[in-house]
Write a protein that binds this ligand. Structure first.
Ligand code: UDP
Length: 474
């Protein structure tokens, strides 16, 4: 059969993992690709479709829903994304279950490639099986896992040199030969790497995902070169496959609504406007879309915020049982603090002029969004790569402070009293002022990287022209 005609414009397939932190940056990428004249097809599942279509208004992106596999052991019906998990213990059954989507993905690819050429597939590292599908169709696949270079480079160093398993205790520090200024602990990593003898289903999954990434055409990095030079250079000189550094993707310009109706601001943005008018700086608190926090820890956060006397906007996930915070709390902080339990536009909040601090779990998207909005971060990592991201923020680029745990360990409990002190330091202290200056410099550098001629702008252009070449080697 004759090959499909070469397209007049690049055609790129995006397949995000079904979690908000992994999907949002690829939706931003879709806007950038459309802006470069590419055709974009996004794969998703029926229950994730509305979030995707809502994020891409007025675009001609084609969205293909693959049926979500039925009867995945342990996954209740109706759950198609990780932010709906009652507990993150469902992660392994979920990622293993969604492998069953491979045949329908390949059937859809078959249909697409009859009519048009696909220049590349950008799929999440967790959807590791898409690498095999891409190579069946001779399409280059780029892997995306939304991590920083720091997290990626250090993970590789500590695993390949077996540094993680030097000490019995997960809190014993060790140095990394390649980066002698960095002190790590096994507890700076999450399950399965924080185990002395890692094995089991999660370890197998991570290895499978790493191998598929290794065999991919490249890796897409949501960061910018100027932010992470030593770690980006390390990867370029020592590791495979090649990376394209094209972020921060949160700076992609999204099209404005063409509705003539005035847009009603959400009530929390109206509240921020009031705070701005009063000249009151606000601390924004959010721990991302997945992390869980114990009832006891939630109570300490409430206590710390109350004692710090700071103005705050605290976003709690719907699933968080806010009843555990004592009844009178909202009344006592009335006028200076609000709790929001809806999905917010986090970027809009961070960019609000009155937001001067961000208590964050340091998901990489949140960290980048804080940096781009020039808001210093109070880092409180809770899972995954967040412990390493917190080290980037505090020790490497120095735009944040870290919460102190009661016992000094990475994953320990944080008392309200100690939280109060760091909140005051960030919002009122000299340290906070210094961090604000530094983060403003990085926010400007991030914009430069994404602007015409900047490092990330150029990297995306190079990627598009490379995958559009004839006979690109898959
Ligand atoms: N987010 C948002 N509104 C919310 C909660 C989260 O816009 O109410 C966005 C946030 O801006 C970020 C993403 O969801 O882009 C979360 O990604 P991150 O890497 O920070 O954390 P994760 O949720 O993956 O732990």
């Amino acid at each position: 059969m004759a090959p499909p005609p070469r397209p007049s414009k690049p055609h790129i397939i995006l397949f995000p993992f079904m979690s908000k932190g992994h999907t949002i940056p690829l939706l931003h990428l879709a806007h950038l690709l459309l802006g470069r004249g590419a055709a974009v097809t996004i794969f998703t599942t029926p229950l994730n479709h509305p979030f995707i279509s809502h994020s891409l208004p007025q675009t001609n992106v084609s969205i293909i829903d693959l049926p979500f596999p039925e009867n995945i052991p342990e996954i209740p019906p109706g759950i198609e994304s990780t932010d709906k998990f009652p507990s993150m213990s469902l992660f392994v059954p979920f990622v293993n279950g969604i492998k069953l989507m491979q045949p329908s993905f390949e059937k859809a690819l078959q249909n697409i490639t009859i009519h048009s050429q696909v220049n590349c597939i950008i799929s999440d590292a967790f959807l590791h099986w898409t690498q095999k599908s891409a190579s069946k169709f001779n399409i280059p696949r780029l892997s995306f896992d939304g991590m920083s270079y720091y997290a990626m480079a250090l993970s590789r160093e500590v695993v390949s040199n077996r540094l993680l398993w030097l000490h019995e205790s997960a809190d014993e520090p060790f140095t990394v030969t390649r980066f002698p200024w960095i002190e790590l602990r096994r507890n700076d990593f999450d399950d399965p790497f924080d185990k002395l003898d890692p094995r089991g289903a999660l370890w197998d999954f991570v290895m499978e995902a790493m191998n598929a990434t290794q065999n991919s055409y490249g890796i897409l990095m949501n960061t910018f070169y100027e932010l992470e030079k030593p770690f980006a250079d390390y990867w370029a000189q020592n590791c495979q496959p090649k990376t394209w550094t094209i972020g921060p993707l949160c700076l992609a310009q999204l099209p404005k609504s063409d509705s003539s109706e005035p847009i009603q601001k959400p009530k929390w943005v109206q509240w921020l406007d009031q705070k701005l008018a009063q000249g009151s700086p606000v601390l924004y608190i959010a721990f991302g879309s997945q992390a869980t926090i114990s009832a006891q820890q939630l109570r300490e956060i409430a206590f710390g915020l109350e004692e710090a006397k700071a103005n705050f906007l605290w976003v709690l996930r719907k699933s968080v049982n806010s009843e555990v915070i004592d009844d009178g709390f909202e009344e006592r902080v009335k006028g200076r603090g609000i709790i929001v339990k809806e999905w917010v536009d986090q970027k809009e909040i961070l960019e609000h002029e009155t937001v001067k601090g961000f208590l964050s779990h340091c998901g990489w998207n949140s960290a980048l969004e804080g940096i781009c909005a020039a808001v210093p971060i109070l880092a409180w990592p809770l899972m995954a790569d967040q412990y390493l991201n917190a080290k980037v923020v505090v020790e490497e680029i120095k735009v944040g402070l870290r919460v102190n745990t009661v016992d000094g360990t990475v994953k320990g409990f944080v008392s309200g009293e100690s939280l109060k002190k760091t909140v005051v330091e960030l919002m009122e202290g000299e340290a906070g002022e210094r961090l604000r200056e530094k983060v403003a410099e990085l926010a400007a550098a991030a914009r430069e990287a994404m602007a015409d001629g900047g490092s990330s702008w150029s990297a995306l252009n190079e990627l598009i022209s490379e995958v559009c070449r004839e006979n690109v080697k898959v």
